[in-house]
Design a protein around this ligand. Structure first.
Ligand SMILES: Nc1ncnc2c1ncn2[C@@H]1O[C@H](COP(=O)(O)OP(=O)(O)OP(=O)(O)O)[C@@H](O)[C@H]1O
Length: 357
């Protein structure tokens, strides 16, 4: 468990955040200037907040009440910056082993060098120097070095920001594997929605120095409180699913807690896990099952909650089977349909995005 609670007055900017998170990848998301880097710096010990408490498991890194402040070198935190800051005169192998030398005694078994090299796909780069690496390769080495320093926590501050789209696409699968395979929890700063959708297990939305919403990715993405920070095109349901059948006509049937969902043909065997994302703006609500519609997915639902949102629309929470979906409609539609909790209806999915489960 990671607990972060901190308050700091920079004069023109006040930071006042508190959140808790378990393992996996926790994304810190917010606009430029929202306060993400300040949070990361406080966790790393590069900045001492005026008040608060920061803990990783049972290790207290900072507690203003007891005047505890562990210096950065004692925090056992791996840090990956926007640009992998490798030592130019050392080979990739030496860069990788460098961090481990300073790991405190008794800090547990070192992660297996070969396993980290394999996870990041850098075997063929070990004898090169950083000057001979691409931006994406440098970042992979920087991540490997951080992992091999036996951290309790990995901080990644926009690790893809300095890369072009091609390199980003090259590195994302490695980050995805890192999130799933490594036992080290990761705090991941990003202001890219596609990136957090792909990588994050948990999400903390930071807006003007405060936490707007925090929780599992699915919960935060369906929370009305997220609309401001994420924008209307991002919010929506994220539902786990499994490939149930490949059908005629170029469609694959997924089984999910929301019921069966048809999507464009998936190139993976039956039984493979997938995740579906149904953006709130891609859900239509009908009171009767519509006929003669091109949409593949028309799911029976019940209205769970109706809430006017901060951008002039109405957010509708729908219970669809055992899952929750979100729809965003106009005030006029909400009035015309008489949307209210308990109303049976149909959710028409205009589009469904599928990603790895
Ligand atoms: N040492 C400081 N003194 C005064 N103001 C500061 C200091 N450090 C940060 N700030 C202010 O705090 C706010 C949050 O900055 P921070 O770098 O944490 O935001 P961010 O969300 O990481 O932004 P970005 O995505 O642009 O990196 C900004 O308005 C910044 O100007």
């Amino acid at each position: 468990m990671i607990g972060v609670e901190l308050r700091h007055d920079f004069g023109s900017f006040k930071l006042d955040v508190a959140f808790q998170t378990s393992g996996g990848v926790t994304a810190l998301f917010g606009r430029s200037g929202a306060g993400k880097t300040s949070v990361v710096n406080a966790v790393a010990g590069l900045m001492r907040p005026q008040a608060g408490r920061i803990v990783i498991g049972d290790q207290v890194l900072f507690d203003s009440e007891t005047r505890t402040f562990l210096p950065p070198a004692q925090r056992r935190i791996g840090y990956v910056f926007q640009e992998g800051r490798l030592f130019p005169h050392m080979t990739v192998r030496s860069n990788l082993t460098y961090g481990g030398r300073f790991a405190p005694k008794g800090s547990g078994a070192a992660p297996d060098f070969e396993a980290v090299v394999d996870l990041l796909g850098i075997q063929h780069l070990l004898d090169r120097r950083p000057a001979a690496l691409s931006g994406g390769e440098k970042q992979r080495v920087a991540i490997g070095r951080a992992l091999l320093s036996r951290p309790n926590l990995l901080l990644m501050d926009e690790p893809l920001a300095a890369l072009d789209e091609t390199r980003k696409a090259e590195l994302l699968p490695f980050l995805e594997r890192l999130g799933k395979d490594s036992r080290v929890p990761i705090l991941y700063v990003s202001h890219s929605v596609p990136e957090i959708l792909r990588l994050a297990d948990n999400l903390v939305l930071i807006d003007q120095g405060r936490v707007a919403a925090a929780g599992t990715l699915g919960d935060v993405m369906t929370s009305p409180a997220s609309l401001n920070a994420l924008g209307p095109s991002a919010i929506g349901a994220i539902i786990p699913a499994n490939i149930a059948a490949h059908e005629d006509g170029g469609v694959t049937r997924l089984s999910s807690p929301a019921g069966d969902i048809l999507v464009t043909a998936q190139d993976a065997p039956v039984g493979t896990a997938r995740q579906v994302r149904i953006a709130a703006q891609d859900v239509l609500i009908a009171l009767q099952r519509p006929e003669g519609l091109s949409a593949l997915n028309i799911l029976p639902a019940t209205v769970a909650a109706v809430q006017p949102d901060s951008l002039g629309g109405v957010l509708v929470r729908l219970q669809v089977g055992d899952a929750v979906a979100l729809a965003r409609v106009t005030q006029r539609s909400a009035g015309a349909l008489g949307l209210a909790p308990g109303l049976p209806c149909y959710a028409i999915l205009k589009s469904v995005a599928v990603s790895l489960g």
